[in-house]
Ligand binder design. Sequence first.
Ligand code: 5GP
Ligand code: ZN
Length: 113
Amino acid sequence: MSDCIFCKIAEREIPAKIVYEDDKVLCFHDINPQAPVHALLIPKKHVASMDDLNDEDRELMGHVVLKIKEIAKTLGLENGYRVVNNCGEDGMQEVKHFHFHILGKRQMLWPPG
Ligand code: 5GP
Ligand code: ZN
């Protein structure tokens, strides 16, 4: 996707502070952190949102989800963390490339507001 900001980060056309990378996923720090640690984990494959996932993404998404706890460890989130996915208009998704937010190093109040 040529106009997708997260695809551009994955292709190193836009700089980001990379936390973790393998052939399927990329994790980088959010540019506008909402907690002392705020990272974004994306599949390198462009999938617009949770709603756009399909059966062929089953293995990929298993890989993405299982990476979260590994990445959390490297970010020092031994005391816990929050994982968030915003989907669509009511979810207030801003960037239309599927991503998980990984937030921590403070107590994450609920509800978020
Ligand atoms: P969403 O609202 O789509 O779930 O979250 C998008 C997130 O991407 C926001 O937290 C925003 O701060 C972050 N973001 C937007 N543009 C950039 C960028 O160019 N670089 C980085 N690192 N994060 C970005
Ligand atoms: Zn994309």
